[in-house]
Ligand binder design. Structure first.
Ligand SMILES: [Fe+2]
Length: 181
């Protein structure tokens, strides 16, 4: 089974996916804390998902997060510093925090949840691609055109393209607020 964790950002949550790609459990941390759009490491959500499936952290084959640290660094943090100076400190701090903390996903799970199998796969996915995947793979379609819009992913505010089971996500174009280097 595979664990997805939306951490270090608003609406912290967790999701457990079976080996067949089907969702077993998914929940937002705010259901446990009572705080809307909770921003924490989703300890309670992860524990709930594992308990629901009757497994421990050591049974996980992979863990994933819907942020890509390299994209965050190259396409957001450096650009914010170069083109948007002076970026509001809170915004810049949040970007840095999200980048830095996402590097320690495995460590955080082991610290708060339990030991992981040494062979566990750790995957980082681009934010908009994660949005596409969450819609497409539960849609029942064999193929689809997609268009995402978000406040901001790592950097893009929107991507569009096509997706199918054979070729995965193929981005045709994207939009972003500042010039790419
Ligand atoms: Fe998003």
């Amino acid at each position: 089974m595979y664990l997805g964790a939306n951490s270090y950002s608003h609406d912290s949550s967790a999701c457990l996916i079976g080996d067949d790609g089907k969702i077993i459990a998914a929940v937002e941390e705010e259901r446990f804390t009572g705080k809307k759009h909770e921003v924490v490491f989703p300890v309670k959500s992860i524990k709930f998902c594992l308990e629901y499936a009757g497994i421990t952290s050591q049974d996980l084959k992979g863990i994933a997060i819907a942020w890509h640290p390299r994209e965050m660094l190259l396409k957001r943090i450096i650009r914010e510093f170069m083109f948007e100076y002076p970026v509001p400190w809170k915004m810049f701090k949040n970007s840095l925090r999200k980048f830095w903390r996402s590097l320690f996903l495995k460590r955080d799970i082991e610290q708060y949840i339990g030991k992981l199998n040494p062979d566990v796969a750790v995957r980082y996915y681009k934010h908009h691609h994660a949005h596409v995947a969450s819609a497409f793979y539960e849609s029942g379609f064999d193929e689809a055109a997609f268009f995402t819009l978000d406040g901001r992913g790592e950097y893009d505010v929107g991507i569009w393209g096509k997706v199918d089971y054979k070729n995965g996500i193929e981005m045709i174009a994207h939009d972003h607020p500042l010039p790419l280097l």
